[in-house]
Design a protein around this ligand. Structure first.
Ligand SMILES: Nc1nc2c(ncn2[C@@H]2O[C@H](COP(=O)(O)OP(=O)(O)OP(=O)(O)O)[C@@H](O)[C@H]2O)c(=O)[nH]1
Length: 302
């Protein structure tokens, strides 16, 4: 999710603009234009770069983060640093009178801002710790957010393959499970693609809730999910998948603009992870097992 600078962070955005206006006003009011030959262009490039980079960091923070203590500390800290840097930059064009309060005004905000940024980073670390706990069961040893499915928030299948590889290199056994929603194409046709997306999101949340702490759930493709269950016997894995199936079967999904609830029909399959076989082959073998089950139960299962 991206945040709007002018609606989600209106106070912080105004504060940053105010910092810039104050810096320019002070310099314009007290300063005196320098002669052309007195201007150090190299300093302008360096100091201008610092101001622009700080502004771009502030913008990136405001776009990426929700309002709250961490965002406020980081943005105010960087804003004060940018304020000092802007005064420093404008000095290159304007001679400032050597008044003590003015030099304090230029020097003090930067260290104060850096202290605020440091406090913000400390709270960010704590926030991330909590988020990491929430992310368990969705990811294991890696974090590569370009591999995450934006609809369900789950990692895609290539991440799952890297997990298998990792376990193979550590000679650690696991059971692989697959979960498929029946007739999802019909659901899309009947209620629309965006309701289909919402159903996929709800299903993945429910599946994550039914996983144990060390299991990792990923999206296989379309309406199919795959789970890695470490240190698990085949019967435990079957029991776990039966619980997931029951949870999904009983979930009364309320479709927008429809009075009734929709219940899902689920198929699952499991297999023991092979410590030697190629991960891609293993997951497609598991998917094939599922297809065979589909062929066996056909449409009569409902
Ligand atoms: N809403 C939505 N639909 C998707 C997404 N990805 C794939 N699909 C749809 O999911 C459907 C999957 O179709 P199938 O593989 O035939 O699955 P199914 O209709 O459940 O059929 P069975 O599993 O055989 O019962 C297709 O209609 C795809 O267009 C997605 O991200 N969002």
């Amino acid at each position: 999710m991206r945040y709007n600078l002018f609606t989600s962070h209106v106070k912080l955005t105004n504060t940053i603009i105010l910092f810039l206006v104050i810096a320019v006003t002070i310099c314009a009011y007290f300063g005196e234009l320098k002669q052309w030959q007195e201007i150090a262009w190299l300093d302008i490039v360096g100091e201008g770069g610092i101001v622009l980079m700080t502004l771009s960091w502030i913008t990136a923070l405001l776009i990426s983060r929700p309002p709250g203590k961490v965002t406020t500390l980081l943005v105010l800290g960087l804003g004060l640093f940018m304020f000092s840097a802007t005064l420093d930059l404008l000095d290159e064009w304007l001679k400032q009178p050597s008044q003590l309060w003015l030099s304090w005004f230029e020097s003090l905000p930067a260290p104060f801002g850096m202290s605020l940024t440091s406090a913000g980073l400390y709270y960010w670390h704590q926030e991330q710790f909590v988020l990491n706990r929430q992310l368990r069961r969705r990811e294991a040893h890696l974090r590569e957010h370009e591999k995450v499915c934006p609809i369900t928030g789950l990692y895609r299948i290539n991440y799952f393959h890297s997990l298998i590889q990792q376990r193979q290199s550590e000679q650690q056994a696991a059971i692989l499970g697959i979960i498929d929603i029946r007739d999802f194409a019909k659901f899309n046709e009947q209620f629309g693609f965006s309701e289909g997306d919402r159903l996929l999101r709800e299903i993945s949340d429910l599946l994550v809730m039914n996983c144990r702490l060390n299991d990792v759930l990923c999206r296989y493709a379309g309406d199919c999910f795959i789970v890695l269950m470490p240190s698990t016997s085949r019967s435990q894995a079957k029991e776990l998948l039966a619980q997931m199936k029951a949870a999904l079967n009983h979930c009364a999904f309320k479709v927008a603009k429809s009075k009734g609830a929709q219940f899902q029909h689920i198929l699952t399959a499991t297999m023991a992870m092979d410590l030697e076989q190629d991960p891609v082959q293993q997951t497609s073998q598991l998917h094939q097992q599922l297809q065979q089950q589909k062929a066996l139960v056909g449409a009569a299962v409902y």
